[in-house]
Design a binder for this molecule. Structure first.
Ligand SMILES: *Cc1c(COP(=O)(O)O)cnc(C)c1O
Length: 497
């Protein structure tokens, strides 16, 4: 199986290279040359297997240059009860009749990013060994809050790697900030940026593709890679949990094999929902993919109009991990929907970076609308939804998941579609205690962060994850804050170049 660039279909690399490099040299994203298929018989087979086995099975279809033993090594080390609360890894709970919460936040940093970032370091170091790479891998990360911590946890003290994370200074929750600033490990660095997530992401992408910087790194025995969802190694593990959820629901008799399900995803960079779409293209019976946004609703507008326009006001919301105006992974979707028209992708994404906007053709818009429903809600609706869901079902949602629940309820009302539905539950409510508590109590709380955590635990009976509780009193190691124009020099300085 080869991977090609969305901006140049002729450029082909193997999966080890795609994972090691993170992004193509032409600025495009790596995509599988063709999507492998998944039959109902295979899904039945997977239903009898553990999460580790399911993951290894799906991985083998995409990472054909990895041996079975290598894939077993990677999956067994990533998905176990040392890192995750349960051996199910991704737990499913019932919200109401025919609606399921796929809880993806039972890993070490309490957000769905762990599902991919616990395994990415194993995939990357295995790929490095295969390629006999003797350079140190430098992971640069732009984070809207959750990726940063999950990547730090995954890569901390992994031999042959070092990791540097940039987060928007005012754009993450207090708990997310503490998680990153207290990170342990000898190969880690964290820095705040005076700007928003898009500034972080643009800055990191620019450094990645800057040939002068790359040469400086090479001269010092280093090379860049990415732990953001532009890296194929981030997306692939996310395909697994949608397939796994379907297999579990079928094995439990909640659905019959072959039944279609809807999937609802609270969306920012379009990585998580794209993974669900890939699962569908492989053969997973999926009816509608429901793309839920907060008030930064660039994706809702795009799905409804075919016009992508990032030239708009940016809002800091109570679902900060979705505060994004440039959804990188849309490039992969459009590559598929245009029939792999790399010239068209180049044109649109050049326009996006120069004009901030592009408009897709009617046929692409129709294809998009056939697969995706887009909706959004504001912070007030997010909080009302948290309160309602708690009242009605005794279920505590974090702010991101609440956006998904709200948009799904709107969808159901608008369409009358009662197809069984899986909602991606993407973070622990304790990462956003202030907003969740405000939603439940009806007013902002005057308590400090950890008192809020305790109060929330009292109200909801939801256990506080040890990983968050143990941050209290930990010293902060990383307090640097820089202007976005200084990113490049900061990276070089941190690497000792
Ligand atoms: C990253 C994140 C999202 C958005 O996921 P994308 O793959 O960027 O669309 C949603 N919710 C939470 C909690 C996140 O951390």
């Amino acid at each position: 199986m080869f991977y090609k660039s969305t901006r140049n279909s002729a450029l082909q690399v193997d999966s080890a290279t795609a994972i090691l490099q993170g992004i193509s040299t032409d600025g495009g994203l790596f995509v599988p040359a063709e999507l492998p298929s998944l039959t109902m018989d295979e899904i039945k087979l997977l239903a009898e297997k553990s999460y580790v086995e399911r993951a290894a099975y799906v991985f083998a279809k995409f990472l054909t240059d990895f041996t079975e033993a290598e894939l077993r090594y990677c999956t067994e080390n990533a998905y176990n009860t040392k890192s995750f609360e349960h051996e199910d890894i991704a737990e499913i709970s019932h919200l109401f009749d025919g609606t399921y919460m796929l809880e993806l936040w039972h890993g070490p940093t309490c957000a769905f990013k762990d599902m991919a970032l616990q395994i990415l370091p194993y995939l990357m170091t295995t790929a490095a060994k295969k390629k006999q790479l003797d350079q140190k891998i430098v992971i640069l990360v732009a984070t809207s809050g959750d990726t940063g911590k999950a990547a730090l946890d995954g890569f901390k003290d992994v031999p042959g790697t070092s990791i540097l994370v940039f987060y928007p200074e005012e754009g993450v929750s207090p708990m997310q900030k503490r998680q990153m600033r207290t990170q342990a490990g000898d190969n880690v660095g964290v820095c705040a940026l005076k700007g928003n997530f898009d500034d972080c992401q643009n800055g990191v992408k620019a450094i990645f593709t800057n040939s002068e910087v790359k040469e400086q790194l090479a001269a010092n025995g280093m090379q860049f890679s990415s732990a953001n969802s532009i890296n194929w190694g981030r997306l692939l593990p996310q395909i697994v949990y949608y397939i796994s959820a379907y297999a579990t629901l079928a094995a439990d008799g909640e659905i019959a094999y072959g039944d279609k399900i809807n999937i609802v995803v609270p969306t920012g960079n379009f990585g998580n929902i794209l993974a669900a779409y890939y699962a569908k293209r492989m053969g997973l019976p999926v009816n509608r993919l429901i793309c839920a946004s907060n008030i930064n609703k660039v994706l809702t507008d795009f799905i409804n109009t075919g016009v992508y326009n990032r030239n708009r006001e940016f809002f800091a919301t109570c679902s900060p991990s979705m505060d994004i105006l440039i959804s990188s992974n849309l490039e992969r979707l459009l590559y598929l929907l245009t029939g792999e028209d790399d010239a068209q992708i180049r044109e649109w994404f050049t326009a996006l970076s120069s004009e901030g906007t592009y408009t897709v053709s009617d046929s692409v818009k129709q294809a998009l609308q056939a697969e995706f429903y887009g909706g959004y809600c504001d912070d007030a609706q997010t909080k009302t939804t948290i309160a309602e869901i708690f009242e009605e079902y005794s279920y505590t949602c974090d702010t991101h998941t609440a956006v998904a629940v709200k948009v799904y309820r709107d969808y159901r009302k608008a369409t009358g579609d009662t197809t069984k539905t899986v909602i991606a539950s993407t973070a622990s409510p304790y990462k956003f205690s202030a907003s969740v508590l405000e939603a439940l109590e009806g007013q902002p709380s005057a308590l400090d962060e950890y008192a809020m955590v305790d109060r929330l635990a009292e109200m909801t009976n939801l256990p506080v994850p040890e990983a968050l509780a143990s941050l209290q009193g930990k010293p902060e190691r990383f307090t640097d804050s820089i202007d976005r124009t200084d990113m490049k020099s900061y990276v070089l300085k941190t690497l000792g170049i």
